[in-house]
Ligand binder design. Structure first.
Ligand code: AMP
Length: 374
């Protein structure tokens, strides 16, 4: 059953962070109303929404309220309560479905789906105790990464094991009654992401593949074009297409991959627009957010056209003061601020995007204008 919305109807968003905010802004241009469910007053999306249901993500009464106001419902982050998503799916108003959530909430399921689909993933084991870590590391070898199986994001809940000396730290890192994944560290040449959108009728459009740089496991910078061969680009897109079909994706979805020796390895997936797709707001004729809204509202996807090059740099809490002080000089940036009050050092507060004819030309402008790069 295809969900179709007309302008004036209401889109409900589970989660009120910056992704919800940017979805809402795109939807507003198209005449839709926005209802957001998020426990925090004045959260980024509530600032631009028509209705804010201030409630916990597992509050089923709140879900019912959202369902009543909304003609379609979407989620903007993967840690939405699965039970709530299942209930909303039954109403026929959640075209994204709950399967992509279920899989991306759990690193083990994510890896299993990739393996079942015949895709490469870093070698991994599931562990619950320190003894199991010791056994697993014998086959996986160093360096390796231990990650919590659920709930981790932006490098939270992760620990790198470089050598045997780090093993003792793993003993304190492993909490009782928790499950972890330990995976081989891929000495990748590049990290890339495929951000794509799939419609309710299974059409797919891909945004230009992005090349990503992380600092302390948090995305720092994204650039297009990614410096990859056509072979790698095709592998990455094919992998994304396979996963999209398997997970019956509707909306914008992201697959993050490592590139090594002309091979791609699936790292992570996100069932929603992604930080590495923010450049699409200025660099493409249709952004990852607008395309997502089109998909969930039953509109045809737009054919994607793009500027030849773009760079997106995240602004974390620790960068914000410096950036704000220089704001009057920053005429070459597109500034996005998410409206978050509390600037914790590693919190994503906003981003900047610079578009141009080539990466060389953009880097030259950054240098000439002495724009702050961190
Ligand atoms: P994740 O939360 O799994 O996306 O990890 C955050 C970042 O840590 C990734 O974007 C990589 O930069 C790094 N990382 C995570 N897992 C691996 C791995 N198996 N090999 C190499 N780098 C990794």
């Amino acid at each position: 059953m295809t969900v179709r919305l007309k302008p004036g109807q209401t889109i409900g968003i589970l989660g009120g962070g910056q992704l919800g905010r940017m979805m809402a802004v795109a939807a507003k241009h198209m005449g839709y109303r926005i209802a957001v469910l998020d426990p925090k007053p004045d959260c980024p999306c509530a600032q631009v929404a028509d209705y804010h249901i201030e409630a916990a993500y597992d509050d089923l009464e709140a879900a019912e309220q959202l369902n009543k106001i909304s003609d379609v419902i979407t989620y903007e982050f993967e840690n939405v309560d699965l039970n709530m998503a299942n209930i909303l799916e039954k109403t026929g108003k959640l075209p994204q479905g709950s399967l992509p959530l279920e899989v991306t909430q759990n690193r083990q399921k994510e890896k299993q789906i990739a393996v079942e689909s015949g895709l490469n993933v870093p070698e991994y084991e599931i562990v619950q105790t320190f003894d199991q870590v010791e056994t697993a590391i014998q086959t996986i070898g160093y360096p390796a990464i231990i990650k919590t199986i659920t709930g981790g994001y932006d490098g939270k809940g992760q620990m790198k094991l470089n050598n045997e000396e780090d093993l003792s730290e793993a003993d304190t890192f492993i909490a009782p009654d928790s499950t972890y994944i330990i995976e081989a560290f891929i000495p990748f040449e590049q990290e890339i992401s495929v951000v794509f959108t799939r419609s309710q009728t299974s059409d797919i459009t891909y945004f230009p593949i992005a090349e990503n740089t992380h600092n302390n496991q948090i995305l720092h910078q994204t650039q297009i074009p990614a410096a990859i061969t056509e072979k790698v680009a095709n592998q990455a897109k094919e992998a994304a297409k396979t996963l999209a079909k398997k997970l019956q994706v509707v909306g914008t979805f992201t697959v993050e991959l490592f590139v090594k020796d002309e091979q791609v390895y699936i790292n992570e997936m996100a069932p929603r627009p992604h930080n590495s797709g923010h450049y699409t707001i200025e660099a493409c004729n249709v952004s990852q957010f607008e395309q997502h809204i089109r998909a969930i509202c039953g509109l045809p996807l737009l054919k994607i056209q793009s500027f030849p090059a773009a760079i997106m740099i995240n602004i974390l809490g620790k960068h914000r003061e410096e950036l704000l002080a220089e704001l009057p000089q920053l005429y070459d940036f597109h500034l996005h601020d998410y409206g978050k009050e509390e600037a914790r050092p590693a919190r994503k507060m906003g981003h900047i995007t610079i578009i141009g004819e080539s990466l060389e030309e953009i880097f030259k402008r950054i240098e000439e204008n002495q724009l702050p790069t961190w």
